[in-house]
Design a protein around this ligand. Structure first.
Ligand code: PBG
Length: 334
């Protein structure tokens, strides 16, 4: 018996494949994370992440201007804080004069609302030890509730200086409600919260940690008492439900490619948008694979981003955003 149902019919030509395609990666799906440093006229490469740089604010503005021209809608900022400002109590995290606040002011002054600015709320760039919160008096663990107070102040200073969305990435309990009420009580009711609701304790954050100077590459820091255990998925769903109840506007999940089950489950079960973060280690994995097998980096990274979108992510943070935007523009059809 010959087959009567032949799924290959809709794969025969490019035009029909394009016509039936369920998902299409678009430049509007991308959020561009950017690293910033003090000083001026600096564009310096990030170790292990070819094509990714840390910028001083003047150069950052040039990079943002290019990405606006490419159609990128939003950026996320991550600071490399000078050692002199790192302390145990992370008080520089809520100074209006810190690098992120200065950068947001400069960006908003120059570009106004042409680009959305998302700012991380977490203490790791500002603590001496690189943890996302302050330690308890015994110095044995991150102190949840003491950290909340500082996160609240940090969210306020970011909002005061022009951030559109704050993105708590620290994984403390109760921080969405805490930050929401701090914002609401200080007339920032319109500043949104993108919650890193499901963030796993992953090995894939290494290049990022060295980029912001919180740890040298390969040097480990154990965040397992607050970031989630990779063996659990129900816990992720609980974290997400809690953050929705606590009034998060958008849910963010990371690492992306290791969390497709969580993205798929969440995007079908909750009503608010779900974003994903293709983290630094994922960028490196894609890059090394493409260079060692001589396959174009763009095609490899686009496959990864498209699959993340297919799993249900509405938008994706990616260090490759400008590269992908360029590729999508010149190859309107993949
Ligand atoms: C820290 C933070 C991390 C990332 C984003 N915010 C690292 C960490 O949790 O140690 C990782 C992003 C990446 O690897 O690209 N608050």
């Amino acid at each position: 018996m010959l087959p009567i149902i032949r799924p290959r019919r809709i794969r025969k030509h490019k035009w029909i494949r394009d016509l039936v395609a369920q998902e299409q990666l678009l430049v509007q799906d991308l959020i561009y994370p950017l690293f910033i440093t003090s000083g001026s006229n600096i564009t310096s490469p990030i170790n292990k992440m070819p094509g990714v740089f840390v910028y001083s604010i003047d150069k950052l503005l040039d990079e943002i201007s290019k990405s606006i021209n490419q159609g990128i809608l939003a950026i996320a900022l991550f600071p490399q804080i000078d050692n002199e400002f790192k302390t145990l109590d992370a008080h520089h995290s809520y100074s209006d004069d810190n690098l992120v606040c200065k950068a947001v002011r400069a960006i908003k002054q120059k570009f106004s609302d042409q680009v959305g600015v998302i700012c991380d709320v977490a203490l790791d760039p500002y603590t001496l030890h690189g943890h996302d919160g302050v330690l308890n008096t015994e110095m044995s663990d991150v102190d949840n509730d003491a950290t909340l107070e500082i996160l609240g102040k940090q969210a306020l200073s970011l909002s005061r200086n022009g951030a559109d969305f704050v993105a708590p990435s620290d994984m403390m309990d109760g921080r969405i409600r805490y930050i929401r009420s701090a914002l609401d009580q200080n007339s920032f009711a319109n500043i949104g919260i993108i919650s890193y609701a499901a963030k796993y304790a992953s090995k894939l954050y290494g290049p990022f940690r060295q980029a912001i100077g919180s740890k040298k590459i390969g040097e480990s820091i154990n965040k397992e008492s607050y970031q989630m255990d990779i063996r659990n998925s129900k816990e992720a769903l609980q974290e997400i439900e809690l953050d929705v109840e606590e009034s998060a506007d958008i849910i963010l999940i990371k690492p992306a490619i290791h969390s497709l089950d969580i993205i798929a489950n969440t995007s079908s079960s909750i009503k608010i948008p779900v974003f994903a973060y293709q983290v630094s280690g994922e960028y490196v994995m894609n890059y090394l694979y493409s260079s060692s097998c001589d396959i174009s980096f763009e095609s490899v990274i686009i496959e990864s981003l498209t699959c993340i979108k297919r799993s249900g992510a509405r938008a994706i943070f990616s260090y490759a955003a400008p590269l992908v935007a360029n590729f999508l523009k010149s190859n309107n059809r993949l």
